[in-house]
Write a protein that binds this ligand. Structure first.
Ligand code: EPU
Length: 455
């Protein structure tokens, strides 16, 4: 059985990071500049989209993170020729796409959830697809029922096997009417990647409209797709017979940008996040300001800093776009633990995304997680049974502790807490952070953090 620590090691190794543990001497503000490149949650999908073309695609701004390495391995296993200029530009040529063996796919897939998105493109190209057991961060059940229901609606035959799922399309996929029970990011991408080359029109209701999805739609349009985004979360896709390659610069990673902003606030620092843009961060910036952080939007990035004085408590509810993203809450909770009063974070997207708060409490925070969430009348999406709420009472001084990284965003919040705390913390399993944060150890060093690493 693969343990969390084996997985962490593998994630790091995929990007040449042979570090398991980082020992941080906290209490120093992070000051300086970090560069943020393409969004993990767009780049990996854009790479899958390259499979749909009948010519090469060029993607720019690709970060060196392990999720990208996983998708690259999977594409190569399916015969896609990939060249890499070394500065974030990938050329992907799908002219010789072929089926891959179960074992080969399984070896490359690792703990990522991206393999599920290979279904539509492989069904179009080869008439079959194999999807191994899916991983991803352990932040809830993370089922794939919406994906499989959509693929069946397009005419795919789904067979569950002990090793994973085998899909076949005896005929060309055909357009379908799909109404998602929740505006799922992954399921919306599944429908887009399957519908663009299906026969006829697909109507997708209750679609996710995150900026990464809009960027994926832009890529598909460059390839020749016809996609109409209507009001009220409805997307119409007119299927076409063939698609070409694309050239595209990936949207910046707004989750990474928000994480560094939170690090600046919690450590009383000052960080210029080069590459960050305002429109995709509007909601985050509102909350950042309400907690007491300052920012200045500049042409080539956003500067985030702690202006001195006390931080203020806030109440936020995670939501689908344009709401407050679930991925932003973990890094920001550390700053909330330093605010004067009670903050509340109501998590409405995942059922288990407060596991990281145990370690924060071990470092001196006062965070109580209520499993049944909080009833609110202003919800944009229907209330679901899985909701949780965390009540954070501050300010509580943080002190060093020994911590194991549980998942990607939770892990980054542990780094921030250790950087903000008095004393020394030892954080293990840091390879998991390489899934979504490019060169994070070098960036921490450049920002003046005081730490040592060990294999
Ligand atoms: N869901 C189902 N059935 C499905 C699919 C989703 O019940 O078939 C549920 C999920 O269990 C969850 C909710 O729907 O409760 C939302 O899941 P969604 O499908 O929107 O998320 P995802 O596509 O699996 C992506 C990002 C996440 C990000 C979410 C929400 C990628 C690779 N992952 O996940 O990012 O939190 O959208 O914006 O794009 C991260 O970057 O750390 C991360 C977890």
């Amino acid at each position: 059985m693969t343990t969390l620590s084996d997985d962490a090691k593998r994630q790091g190794e995929r990007v040449g990071l042979n570090v398991d543990t980082i020992t941080i001497h906290g209490g120093k503000p992070l000051i300086g500049r970090v560069d943020v490149r393409g969004a993990k949650n767009l780049v990996t999908k854009a790479m899958v989209a390259a499979l749909l073309g009948d010519g090469p695609s060029v993607l720019r701004g690709v970060p060196a993170i392990s999720d990208v390495a996983i998708v690259r391995g999977l594409l190569e296993a399916h015969g896609v020729r990939i060249t890499d200029t070394g500065d974030g530009e990938l050329t992907m040529d799908p002219s010789n796409v072929r089926s891959a063996h179960f074992a080969e796919i399984d070896a490359h897939a690792g703990s990522s959830r991206i393999p599920i998105l290979f279904c539509g493109p492989l069904l179009h190209q080869l008439g079959e697809a194999f999807i191994p057991d899916l991983g991803g961060c352990r932040i809830g059940d993370r089922p794939i029922n919406f994906h499989l229901d959509a693929l069946r609606a397009f005419g795919a035959k789904v067979t569950k096997l002990p090793q994973g799922i085998h899909l076949t399309a005896p005929e060309r996929l055909r357009g379908a009417e799909i109404d998602l029970p929740f505006p799922s990011v992954g399921a919306t991408e599944q429908v887009l990647l399957s519908a663009v080359r299906a026969e006829g029109v697909t109507e997708l209701k209750n679609a996710a409209i995150e900026p990464e999805i809009m960027d994926l739609i832009s890529i598909l349009q460059k390839m020749g797709a016809v996609i109409w985004v209507e009001p009220n979360r409805t997307i119409f896709i007119e299927g076409v017979d063939r698609l070409g390659g694309y050239e595209h610069r990936a949207l910046f990673d707004r989750n990474e940008a928000a994480s560094w902003a939170a690090a600046a606030l919690a450590t009383k620092g000052d960080i210029f996040v080069a590459g960050a843009k305002q429109p995709e961060l509007l909601t985050f910036l509102n909350v950042f300001r309400k907690v007491g952080g300052e920012f200045t939007v500049m042409e080539d990035g956003i500067r985030f800093w702690h202006p001195g004085g006390p931080l203020k408590p806030v109440i936020v509810e995670t939501d689908v776009h344009p709401g407050f993203m679930t991925d932003w809450q973990q890094p920001l909770v550390v700053a909330m633990s330093q605010a004067e009063g009670q903050s509340i974070v109501h998590e409405t997207v995942y059922e288990n995304r407060f596991g990281f708060t145990d370690s924060l409490n071990a470092m001196g925070a006062n965070i109580v997680v209520h499993q049944d969430g909080i009833a609110s009348i202003t919800r944009r999406v229907p209330r679901r049974a899985l909701e949780q709420a965390a009540v954070i009472t501050g300010p509580t001084p943080l002190h060093g502790a020994d911590i194991r990284v549980p998942d990607l965003r939770g892990g980054f919040s542990h780094l921030i807490a250790a950087l903000a705390a008095d004393g020394t913390s030892t954080i293990s399993n840091v390879g998991i952070i390489a899934r979504g944060y490019e060169h994070f150890i070098d960036k921490l060093r450049d920002l003046g953090a005081d730490f040592e690493t060990a294999d």
